[in-house]
Design a protein around this ligand. Structure first.
Ligand SMILES: Nc1ncnc2c1ncn2[C@@H]1O[C@H](COP(=O)(O)OP(=O)(O)O)[C@@H](O)[C@H]1O
Ligand SMILES: O=P(O)(O)OC[C@H]1O[C@](O)(COP(=O)(O)O)[C@@H](O)[C@@H]1O
Length: 309
């Protein structure tokens, strides 16, 4: 089984606009779709669509927390959240023809130190039956910046494999605990090393730096260019075919889902990269996050190329 951790859960609202967005005016939304969000819940849906057993954990609170759980029930994703006093946030993704996708992400509610401690105490029991743990996204206010490092250490001590997908201080601290996989995108490595990245050689250079800190698989996602993997066998790039994308929100999360499934199935590193690129790119063809048509994913999988760099 795969457990996905989402500390900053969210009701994700996708606003589909028929007209071009004009700032400073009243805009009527043509269609709205709510989904259980926060990166780890997109990961959970992608894993489920791949056909593997998954459970979601993290923090949920208030009316939005209850709504979130009801959305997960519709998605048939099992969950075990710690219920907190604060309210689960909302995140808005505005989709229009002119700008594509514009996201407004709320920071999340304040969480008490005692609630963080309670989650960490329950964590070993929650992940007990899982082989793979994914940890994704931001944390709400009040949560310690080394919480992911603590979870990674505990999960590794219990013999689990861990995939970390986060940014900034949480990523920096998390890397110190040596998760099995990290999946930053280009912006996230720029932030981590305070540099600007212009070439694939730059990407390789910084991915290697992370690898040298004891991370067995470093996967850098590169949008339409696919993803780069640095691992013991070398450096590889997985490239998807050219696609008419519909909504790229949740592509990184779907990639984490694909990587988790690949670890669960003991794929080789090149097979894992190919599979993860296919799942992520299939998500770009769906209007929904952490969603794809399995037959489309199969077709993309046959067209993904993996080459050694
Ligand atoms: N325009 C696109 N065309 C095809 N695949 C895409 C596109 N954008 C994203 N993807 C797929 O999703 C993966 C993750 O996307 P990326 O945007 O890098 O992640 P993140 O959401 O973390 O920023 C890519 O490696 C690729 O497989
Ligand atoms: O947990 P974070 O980092 O604040 O991000 C939350 C939001 O990011 C999203 O996963 C989208 O992120 P991506 O576009 O990077 O895949 C939303 O679904 C979600 O609610």
């Amino acid at each position: 089984m795969i457990t996905t951790v989402t500390m900053n859960t969210s009701i994700d609202k996708a606003y589909f606009m028929d007209h071009e967005v004009q700032n400073g005016t009243v805009m009527r939304v043509s269609r709205c779709r709510n989904s259980a969000g926060g990166k780890g819940l997109n990961v959970a849906r992608a894993v489920k669509l791949c056909g593997e057993k998954v459970q979601a954990t993290g923090l949920a609170g208030g009316f939005n927390g209850k709504y979130l759980e009801s959305l997960l029930e519709k998605d048939e994703v099992q969950y075990q959240f710690l219920h907190i006093a604060g309210e689960t946030r909302c995140c808005i993704n505005i989709l229009d023809e002119c700008y594509g996708s514009t996201e407004y992400l709320e920071p999340g509610c304040e969480v008490a130190a005692e609630e963080e401690d309670r989650f960490l105490q329950r964590f070993p029991e929650i992940i007990q039956k899982s082989k793979i743990i994914t940890i994704s996204g931001s944390v709400p206010r009040g949560i310690s910046k080394n919480i992911y490092a603590k979870m990674i250490s505990k999960a590794k001590e219990m013999g689990k494999k861990v995939i970390l997908d986060t940014s900034g201080e949480l990523l920096k601290e998390g890397i110190k605990a040596k998760p099995t996989v990290v999946k930053p995108n280009q912006d996230e490595i720029e932030l981590l090393y305070e540099v600007e990245i212009h070439t694939i050689e730059d990407v390789i250079k910084y991915a290697r730096k992370i690898y040298e800190q004891g991370i067995p698989y470093v996967v850098i996602s590169l949008g339409g260019e696919g993803a780069l993997m640095v691992c013991e066998e070398g450096v590889f790039q997985g490239k998807p075919p050219k696609l008419e994308v519909v909504n790229t929100v949740g592509c990184g999360d779907s990639m984490v889902g694909g990587l988790a499934v690949a670890l669960e199935r003991n794929y080789t590193s090149q097979e894992a990269l190919k599979f993860a690129v296919a799942v992520a790119s299939a998500n770009a063809l769906s209007p929904n996050t952490g969603d794809f048509k399995p037959e489309i994913c199969e077709k993309i999988l046959s067209e993904v190329t993996v080459k050694r760099l």
